[in-house]
Design a protein around this ligand. Structure first.
Ligand code: UDX
Length: 435
């Protein structure tokens, strides 16, 4: 089997490298010259644990290559995956499909025989059909199928998510397309990963439904955490107490400053728009998106309150900037509105993130001071705010923190520290929903 992966971004690169590891010959097409040069050099444009080694091994084995030449990569391929970006369109919250449709057109021109054109990018319901129309319009004589194969990769765990998935979802309309897809995922049959075959529209919707459900789950536990604070309960025990019920499940019940990242904020909004376009209501999802945005914007107030009502003239250490650990991704990170507001209110910010500072700098106010490590950030700080739960922050001894800081306020928006230990060490410690 030979496939072309259009787009060497997060999804395309991880999926391409993993398919190559499965034994398929993969050519990743990247249009951005600088990114392409980096990939050919073995430098990863994104931070994903294990990806560099996986790419290196498969390039060396001759199964994985990178090119800017789309027609050459597509000619003769058994399947062509479209893994280009689908950002939120300005103004209306719809997913912007410009890149997807442009790729479909180019692929149509370049194909030399039967192939399955597969969408990996998260695309609104109906996109597969539209792609089929585009390809037919360009090449009426061409034999092809369209399939939808959404990704469920978590940043930081993407390779494991691809290699040992909870499930694979494949939307296809013909046996020939299903057979090609089955071949590509053959190694997963050995580990008995469930493969859900369905029609194209359903597969497209599964992706949005999964992300919206997870986003709701997080938002639900965030609301419970706020309630815990009012009634004197502990949200970790609430999460455990409900999560052990198999119908609810224990995962994704960790309270925090609100979800961010490249998927949940964008996909919840897009799902709301899809529903509206079809005259349906998704009020739970709509509310989830609104509650989460308000939460992220409101988090700075917790810091202000913990600092006695004002942060003016105070130095605040910020641990973590990325939307979650093990990534350098700053997209929709809670740190963006929180840090901006604290600076607006007159605080000096000393920030440290193990991977995200380069990506953060253009997005945050210029006044932010970037530090060389967690203890460096804590140096002389009146207060400390934990925004991302990187392991290296968990490992810090409270005594070292106390030595470095001037003040004693800690606002732990990820609940990485034990309240009793931190209070015992003399800190004025606040968490999300814990006693
Ligand atoms: C997500 C989905 O998990 C993945 O399946 C999808 O295809 C892409 O989007 P990702 O955005 O990489 O992956 O990160 P994820 O680990 O899901 O976290 C998303 C956000 O939710 C982060 O901001 C995280 O901090 C937050 N979160 C997650 C919580 O606040 N609490 C939780 O319990 C879990």
């Amino acid at each position: 089997m030979r496939i072309a992966m259009i787009g060497g971004g997060y999804v395309g690169l991880v999926s391409g490298a993993c398919f190559a590891e499965f034994g398929t010959e993969v050519t990743v097409v990247e249009a951005d010259a600088a990114k392409l040069a980096a990939l050919r050099d073995g430098r990863m444009p994104i931070y994903e644990p294990g990806l560099d080694k996986l790419v290196e091994a498969n390039v060396a084995a001759g199964r994985l290559s990178f090119t800017g030449d789309l027609p050459a990569a597509v000619a003769g391929a058994d399947a062509v995956f479209i893994a280009v970006g689908t950002p939120t369109r300005r103004g209306d919250g719809h997913a912007d499909l410009t890149y997807v449709y442009a790729a479909a057109e180019q692929v149509a021109r370049a194909l030399t025989g039967y192939a399955v054109i597969v969408t990996k990018s998260t695309v609104p319901v109906g996109t597969g059909r539209r792609i089929a129309e585009i390809v037919q319009g360009v090449r009426p004589e061409l034999e092809f199928d369209v399939a939808s194969n959404p990704e469920f990769l978590r940043e930081g765990a993407a390779i494991a998510d691809f290699m040992r998935p909870d499930r694979v979802v494949i939307g296809a309309a013909t046996d020939r397309a299903r057979e090609t897809m089955r071949q590509l995922y053959r190694p997963l049959y050995l580990i008995e990963a469930p493969i859900v075959f369905t029609d194209i529209e359903t597969a497209e919707l599964v992706k949005y439904a999964a992300n919206a459900f997870l986003a709701m789950k997080i938002t639900f536990i965030n609301e419970m955490a706020d309630l815990c604070e009012r009634v004197g309960a502990d949200v970790h025990d609430v999460a455990r107490g409900i999560g052990l019920d198999g119908r609810i499940g224990r995962k994704f019940l960790h309270p925090g400053p609100g979800f961010g990242g490249s998927c949940f904020p964008k996909d919840t909004l897009a799902l709301v728009r899809i529903a509206q376009d079809h005259g349906a209501a998704t009020r739970l999802v709509e509310t989830t998106a609104a509650v989460n945005e308000a939460r992220k914007a409101g988090m700075a107030q917790r810091v202000v309150s913990a600092c006695g009502g004002s942060v003016r003239g105070k130095t605040i250490a910020v641990f973590g900037l990325t939307f979650k650990p093990e990534t350098d991704d700053m997209r929709d990170a809670p740190s963006l509105p929180i840090v901006a507001r604290l600076i607006e209110d007159g605080a000096t910010i000393r920030a440290y993130d193990p991977a995200g500072m380069e990506a953060a700098a253009p997005l945050l106010p210029a006044a932010v001071q970037y530090c060389t490590g967690a203890l460096d950030a804590a140096q002389g700080a009146d207060a400390l705010v934990v925004l991302t739960e990187w392991n290296e922050f968990r490992a810090l001894a409270p005594g070292r923190l106390a030595e470095a800081m001037r003040g004693r306020v800690i606002v732990d928006l990820r609940n990485i520290y034990e309240p009793t230990i931190m209070r015992g060490a003399g800190f004025q410690y606040s968490s999300i929903g814990r006693r």
